[in-house]
Design a protein around this ligand. Structure first.
Ligand SMILES: [Fe+2]
Ligand SMILES: [Fe+2]
Length: 151
């Protein structure tokens, strides 16, 4: 699968999980399971994306592309920190936890939107069809490694 198609699929999955978590319809057990699912989906995606996508963008000549790569990594770092705090919280579903959920949802939605506009455009500008296909395959391999490590 072409890298952008693969990223989009993952992003849609993450957005779906965020909607589910913030629907207010989940009880504590389901909240915990869905949150764990989100954590694995986000972490495996982000780590693979950093290696396969951002790693390459940062090596490009123009500053704008490098900056997009760095900005993305910073946002990944923030998401990671929030996920850790939310994991440590004993009362999933508490008012404070729900507030964290709102913040991480906004951040992830913003992040995804930027990737699907800026980063997708840059990928199209710097890489040909064969290279994008190859990146997709590398991303898939990398992700399954992460999933195995997380399991
Ligand atoms: Fe992404
Ligand atoms: Fe990302």
């Amino acid at each position: 699968m072409e890298i952008r198609e693969l990223l989009k699929k993952d992003h849609d999955h993450v957005k779906e999980l965020l909607e589910k978590l913030s629907s207010g319809k989940l009880r504590e057990d389901a909240l915990k399971t869905t949150f764990d699912e989100l954590k694995i989906a986000v972490t495996s995606h982000s780590k693979a994306e950093e290696k396969i996508v951002y790693g390459k963008l940062k090596k490009e000549e123009d500053e704008e592309t490098q900056e997009a790569g760095i900005e993305g990594e910073i946002e990944h770092g923030l998401v990671d920190q929030l996920l850790q705090i939310m994991t440590r919280s004993r009362s999933k579903g508490s008012t404070r936890w729900e507030a964290y959920l709102k913040v991480i949802k906004d951040l992830l939605e913003h992040h995804i939107k930027e990737e699907e506009s800026t980063v997708f455009t840059q990928l199209g500008e710097h890489f040909d069809a064969a290279a994008l296909q190859k990146m997709g395959e590398e991303m898939e391999q990398e992700k399954s490694k992460m999933m195995k490590a997380a399991a």
